[in-house]
Design a protein around this ligand. Sequence first.
Ligand SMILES: Cc1ncc(C[n+]2csc(CCOP(=O)(O)OP(=O)(O)O)c2C)c(N)n1
Ligand SMILES: [Mg+2]
Length: 361
Amino acid sequence: MPLLMDTAVTTPNFDTAPINQSLTSEDKLRFLRDMMRIRRFEQGALQQYSQGKIGGFLHVYIGQESVAVGTVSLMGANDHVITAYRDHGHALAVGMNMNECMAELLGKATGCSKGKGGSMHFFAPDKNYWGGHGIVGGQTPLGLGLAYGIKYKGLTGAALCFMGDGATNQGAWYESLNLASLWDLPVVYIIENNQYSMGTSLDRSSAFRSCLAERAAGFAIDWDTCNGEDIYEVRAKTQIAIDRAHKQSRPTVLEIDTYRYYGHSVADAKHKVYRSEEEIERYKQNHDPIRLWKARLISEGVLAEGKYDEMDAAAKAEADESIKFAEASPWPSEASISEDVYFEVDRQTIAGRTGKHFFND
Ligand SMILES: Cc1ncc(C[n+]2csc(CCOP(=O)(O)OP(=O)(O)O)c2C)c(N)n1
Ligand SMILES: [Mg+2]
């Protein structure tokens, strides 16, 4: 049920789920801090874009922070993450630092992709974070491949593959679902249903009865839906999917309802044409994940108002620092334009040296 319906539904209390009961006050504050850091980072990025310092696209995640923070908080040593172009939130949630991310946005050599990827291509293989992909749905077979790799190596892990509601209409996802089920692969497809694919609403783009996730049933894959505004629910339901991947090596499709405040990208200046100002305001007032988590922590006695302001100031200062770092960083060298394109060329393998991949004799 989309969050925007504002329907009075009785949701169970997910704070009593075992995975949430073990949380300490520090854990809960960390989730708040992580969400605030994502928001402040992206507000800084928007400002930089408006000053003409960022080239190319910029898709911000503001409004969806609880999804990345809640799901990523469950990651273990052999769990991996891959997502689409709206990738800043997941990057900071897995532990990438603001400096390497802001520098990437400004196209600087100190960026996580050496300034050659930009907003849509944040990567951190050392943190099991496999990007950042611009082709809608293109990450879904790659997520399947990560899961295949986990199983092939005999590891206990899961590949969390994030995708938008619009990506569920791409054929590559269905081929992936078929193989995920057929080969018992530990992949978790997390649909971040923010109700829109560029300027097209869910109802105008997708055929469904009550939700998108139920399409998984056609592939004998377990599925569920989730209210993305509540970190407790996000964690409880994602943990079920991760357990299924770890213990049974079976896939899951989990649809998480959420919302974005800004346009599809910064180029989508007319986003108030296909949705109303009132709709955005209603979401901010009633469903904002940071506002709700803050209220929750205050009611639990974990957070005081003064502490919240302190955390917010720290997040903003960190974002401001990252802008200074990015501005002071060098541009990539001209020669580096041809590096990192082909593994074989960079490593000077036989194929790279000869330009031949086969028949080397
Ligand atoms: C194969 C392909 N078709 C079209 C596009 C253009 N495009 C970029 S984003 C987008 C909408 C995707 O919406 P959704 O999957 O809901 O993700 P969201 O932007 O809401 O996070 C489209 C159609 C593309 N990048 N790739
Ligand atoms: Mg969408």
